[in-house]
Ligand binder design. Sequence first.
Ligand code: AQP
Length: 334
Amino acid sequence: MESKKVIFSGTQPSGKLTLGNYLGALKNWVDLQDDYNCYYCIVDLHAITVPQEPKDLRARTLEVLAQYIASGIDPEKNTLFIQSHVTAHAELAWVLNCLTYMGELNRMTQYKEKSSKVGANLNAGLFTYPSLMAADILLYGSDLVPVGEDQKQHLELARDLAARFNTKYSETFKVPEPYIPKVGARIMSLQEPTKKMSKSDDNKNAFILLSETADETRSKVRKAVTDSIGEVNYSDDQPGIKNLLTMYSIFTGESIESIVDRYKGEGYGKFKEDTAEAIIEGLRPLREKYNYLMSNKDYLENIYTDGAKKAEYAARKMLRKVYKKVGFIPRKFD
Ligand code: AQP
């Protein structure tokens, strides 16, 4: 029997997860879990590329795990683990750093955006973030990487690094393919709808959190920035309305055209109200399960411990191979 293809993906515990993370990533991971061998990681090493309060980072790491499971990602079918528990990620990242050109990292949109925000506190980790992400993916021989549109450029680098290593040494890494959802790949900020919704946005009204209350969601959708056209259309000239239409359609399963038709001549008030209800209803089971899991910390601890053991086995095997090819003398103990 042919073995299942491998998937790797992750989320940073750099804030509480948003609707963008859910629609662009988690929701799609659920659909893949039966057909693939999936590694779903909580990438805490990535998170410290911007300053983190240790106590909050610890709490959020657990919250993200609970949200994975609450979204429907089954810990029995998938390997769920915390990145820092498998040290091969940082070790392979170093090797890949030594194969990555400065020019490649300089071109990265995420680096440009984030570095302009942190000013004088700019650190090297933020710059080399994409090499660490390449290590995450390549360690497991991943075939597919389900990500939102924003991560496409990083994935391109992972592909280039895999091919570069294979050419320089010998065939080692699989060259991974991106898996980007057709709808939901780019959920936009509610306050600046030309920017993506981001969990580390300073403006709390810009994002919908998976863990917030229904009333909070209602209030944020009501305050969502729209335009002065006053008519519900799916158009690039109306990015705020377009974004709300995307969410409405994903949560109800109704087509965008049919929604647009229904709100003809209605203005935005009722449309926003109904969008909020669609989101709240769609997230209700997730929110309930999340609250339950967060009161069962022992269960979560078992999941991430078992996950790390499974991931460690696969990752070590790949790292040993890489070290050998690079010319490091294998160590005589384990
Ligand atoms: N707005 C979004 N729309 C669709 N997909 C999104 N993703 C993130 N934001 C959106 C997808 O979620 C997965 C996890 O992302 P991440 O946490 O590793 O990093 P990120 O892309 O940098 O997400 P954030 O929320 O913007 O985090 P911060 O603010 O910390 O940088 C990825 O698959 C991503 O594509």
